[in-house]
Design a protein around this ligand. Structure first.
Ligand code: GDP
Length: 393
């Protein structure tokens, strides 16, 4: 699937920058165009791979290149005011070669949190291709204002995109790491998961064609219907070009005891990877039962992939989710690992979001109280007790 990626704000820009690097390394061909939008000049300058001409500075008249702080209402306003500048950058990319837009942003900050939903709304008005969001939730230790920003951005972003894929920083936080080092690793996890999902069906030069292909229309169908999505992932290292079902694949598994064993191993490996991916750590933790649609992509050297394994994995997912719409396919890649990536689309049983909203409401109430209190305190400081003094004007 070919995407036009637009990173909004610092996190969004860094993640899209990383996607470009992933694309280069793996030859996956998913990033047809990459744009970064920010109100902070320094953040745009810190990017490594996004071409200079695709870095758009917005809100210069208001914040002079210094960013909006964590004020996402201001982030939304400057995005609205300067949407033409963003559109100019999009006009320069070949949108007719693109299957969908992906707007990426951290939802806890200001620029991306406020700006990404504004951009999504604008894109949906103009283009007929789907507009997806990739929204990052802040860690719970980031504080009330980030949680409040994220809760409000989440609500708005979901409404404006065709589907919101969510990644929760909180589930991926590692203790004892520097924030920057931590993000580097988290961003790598993000691009790996979404890279395999969106990369399925994109056959580069010299790559093998899948036996049961996942093409972009299957990804689009899985994401259609809107709502919120999460991704599960599991992988296992394997040796390249040393069997694991190579013969059995070509002989249909009828070549003798060894071949049968190989085929059984391959199938078992796949089904256990599918379970691990669905029941392990999801990009947004949630209950998978009740998921509306799902897509299973199995990637790895073709000798380690078989139709039976994928079919079993798909069936198992149908039972676990209760969904009647579970698609699946393989994605042959000459990498020394077999990986299962599962897109669960239309999830609704998400306690993490309910908790986020609760904390956000508490933060909102606290902020109002503090504001009121500080107004009263200021008044009692400035006014004299008996009201004997008159201001000048
Ligand atoms: P903005 O520039 O005003 O949009 O705000 P930022 O993107 O700097 O921060 C918004 C939120 O994104 C933060 O609260 C963090 O939770 C998260 N964040 C910032 N940088 C990264 C990053 O590199 N990777 C990830 N996964 N999250 C990030």
């Amino acid at each position: 699937m070919k995407l036009a990626m637009i990173g909004f704000g610092q996190a969004g820009g860094k993640i899209v920058d990383r996607f470009l690097d992933y694309d280069d390394r793996t030859n996956s061909g998913i990033v047809r165009a990459a744009i970064a939008v920010n109100s902070a000049k320094a953040d745009l300058m810190g990017l490594e791979n996004i071409p200079q001409e695709n870095r758009v500075l917005i809100g210069q008249a208001r914040v002079k290149g210094h960013g909006v702080g964590a004020d996402n209402e201001l982030g939304a306003e400057v995005a609205e005011e300067d949407i033409d500048e963003v559109q100019n950058a999009i006009d320069a990319i070949p949108t007719h070669e693109v299957d969908a837009f992906l707007v990426v942003a951290g939802m806890g900050g200001g620029t991306g949190s406020g700006g990404a939903p504004v951009l999504a709304k604008h894109l949906k008005r103009i283009y007929t291709i789907p507009v997806y969001g990739l929204g990052v939730l802040p860690g719970t230790d980031e504080g009330g204002i980030y949680t409040l920003n994220a809760a409000r951005s989440f609500q708005t972003f979901v409404r404006e995109v065709d589907n919101l894929l969510v990644f929760d920083n909180d589930s991926w936080r590692q203790t004892g790491e520097s924030v920057e080092g931590g993000y580097e690793q988290i961003n790598e996890e993000i691009v790996r998961r979404f890279g395999i999902l969106f990369g399925a069906g994109e056959v580069g030069d010299g790559q093998e064609v899948a036996e049961s292909v996942v093409d972009s229309s299957e990804i689009i169908n899985t994401l259609s219907g809107g709502g919120v999505s999460t991704v599960g992932f599991a992988s296992e290292e394997v040796d390249l070009n040393t069997g694991g079902g190579l013969l059995s694949r070509f002989t249909g598994g009828d070549g003798g005891a060894d071949d049968n064993l190989d085929a059984a191993n391959t199938t078992n490996r796949i089904t256990s990877l599918v379970r691990k991916a669905a029941l392990g750590r999801l990009t947004l933790p949630c209950e998978i039962e009740g998921t509306e649609r799902a897509l299973l992509v199995l990637s790895g050297p073709s000798e380690y992939l078989n139709r039976k394994g994928i079919e079993r994995g798909r069936k198992w997912l149908e039972e676990e989710t209760g969904s009647m719409e579970v698609r699946g396919g393989d994605f042959p890649r000459q990498e020394p690992e077999v990986a299962a990536a599962i897109l669960l689309s239309g999830v609704t049983n998400v306690p993490r979001i309910k908790r986020l909203q609760q904390v956000a409401i508490e933060a909102q109430d606290n902020i109002e109280d503090i504001q009121q209190e500080s107004e009263e305190n200021l008044e009692s400081l400035v006014e004299d007790d008996e009201d004997e003094l008159e201001p000048l004007f």
